[in-house]
Design a binder for this molecule. Structure first.
Ligand code: PNS
Length: 161
């Protein structure tokens, strides 16, 4: 059984993230989307809210699920028996950062490799940062948020903006 982890802060999950999980779910037997803490970021949504949105987004995928983790990614992946991390890259800056993270995670867990999947061209401009900005200005989000997560996002955002 080949298991992959798709990690990220998912603040909130976007259609670009979902596309990555869907593609990983074709390649691997099982995919665990892991909603994590990025110590460099102050999230708009709590870990629990981000997990709820991620769970709703991947609910249609029989071999994918979402979990949350406040600890070390390499330890989470090892505990789940994962052989790979899957991350998306939208361009050169993402690639440079993700290759560094891949080396660190491999140092921490030598059996854990990282697979970088290029974002689809129609998703390269989509980021959680951009979605949070759209939320602040009450803009339509249908093109950016997975349809399964939309009703939960609309409910949760009432207290945010
Ligand atoms: O979506 P992001 O913010 O780019 O995801 C980054 C994330 C959450 C995957 C990264 O910050 C992370 O792995 N955090 C968990 C702690 C960890 O394992 N750090 C790397 C080794 S010290």
């Amino acid at each position: 059984m080949k298991i992959a982890v798709c990690p990220g802060s998912f603040d909130p999950i976007t259609v670009g993230h979902l596309d990555l999980v869907e593609r990983a779910a074709v390649i691997f037997d099982e995919v665990v989307l892991c909603v994590m803490v990025n110590a460099e970021k102050r999230p708009m949504f709590s870990l629990e809210e981000r997990l709820e949105l991620a769970r709703a987004a991947v609910a249609h995928l029989p071999n994918a699920r979402a979990e949350a983790c406040g600890g070390l990614l390499a330890a989470f992946a090892r505990d789940r028996g994962a052989c790979a991390l899957v991350k998306g890259v939208r361009g050169g800056a993402d690639f440079d950062w993700e290759t560094q993270m891949a080396q660190i995670n491999r140092d921490l867990c030598p059996t854990l490799d990282t697979i970088l999947l290029p974002a689809r061209p129609e998703h390269t401009h989509i980021s959680s940062t951009m979605v949070r900005e759209m939320l602040r200005y009450h803009q339509k989000l249908d093109a950016y948020i997975p349809s399964g997560a939309m009703s939960a996002l609309l409910r949760i955002r009432q207290g945010k903006v």
